[in-house]
Write a protein that binds this ligand. Sequence first.
Ligand SMILES: Nc1ncnc2c1ncn2[C@@H]1O[C@H](COP(=O)(O)OP(=O)(O)O)[C@@H](O)[C@H]1O
Ligand code: SF4
Ligand SMILES: [Mg+2]
Length: 322
Amino acid sequence: MLEVKNITVTFETDEGVFKAVDDVSLNINKNEIVGLVGESGCGKSVTALSILRLIPLPSGRIEKGEILFKGKDLLKLDAGEMRKIRGRAISMIFQEPASALSPLHRIGKQMVETILLHKDMTNKEAWNIAENWLKSVKIPDAGERMFDYPYQLSGGMQQRVMIAMALMLEPDLVIADEPTTALDVTIQAQVFELIREMRKSRTAVLLITHDMGVIWEMCDRVIVMYASRIVEEGSRSDIFSKPAHPYTIGLLKSIPKLSPELSGDAGRLRAIPGYVPSPYNYPSGCHFRDRCPDAFDRCKKEIPEFVDLGPGHRAACFLRTN
Ligand SMILES: Nc1ncnc2c1ncn2[C@@H]1O[C@H](COP(=O)(O)OP(=O)(O)O)[C@@H](O)[C@H]1O
Ligand code: SF4
Ligand SMILES: [Mg+2]
């Protein structure tokens, strides 16, 4: 349904030009929950924003590649055609509800206007749809909450409103960028439940997270990204039972449940020593080489190509051969 082909995204800042996303290809099929995982700064959000053509201008630029959605290249659509896709066919849930909700308008009004923008129906019909979606994301007294402004709701409630708005037009694809990072554990579990329900309809989900525990709970397929590049991709069982890239192996060690002695941020740092390098200073060759326990001479000189390790399982590391 969605096929991202060889996308490269650059940013130009006062300090120079860098690649935030380097030659990334991925696809998402109907009814699938695909996880995109990697530490902060690896290019996950920029990948997501490029799918919806929301890369901030003028500093950001999609240098090359194609984004095929149901066979059409989204990069070739004009602004009007792209607006129809956004929200209707592909919608996005952000970490921060503030980026999706207008502080100036009552929740019901925002929802109804969005529905009417995309669907031919009466105000009353749109109002009922909006209210029902608020009920289905478990907002208590949904009818009354429709008259609230976003600031009158707690962070968790705002997050649910945003999720209702992302789902109410029944999109083909929902991109959820760290949708639960700011929420407490109970609400997190409820949001996951909602995302699983979406998939029961026909909606596909691209779930972005830095947390392998979330991937374990939620995803059918996993794409691992490190320092602007995809380094491994596979089914959930490929990634958890035969991870092939040293970075994936490091991320797995950071799951508190699998390594109880490592938990929280301190544990994560211990699981993979060092930090994601600044995009201005990515090392030559393999971007992971200065943190990789297995690096050797060749890793400095050449960029590893993908090696096929089985159906749908590939990794970019010189240690792997098929
Ligand atoms: N608007 C922007 N201007 C300049 N640099 C940006 C912008 N957005 C993201 N970046 C940089 O691009 C890289 C990838 O960022 P991002 O995709 O947000 O990472 P992730 O979502 O994996 O944490 C980072 O180095 C980040 O600082
Ligand atoms: S290519 Fe080399 S540095 Fe990169 S992950 Fe593999 S062994 Fe490590
Ligand atoms: Mg991000």
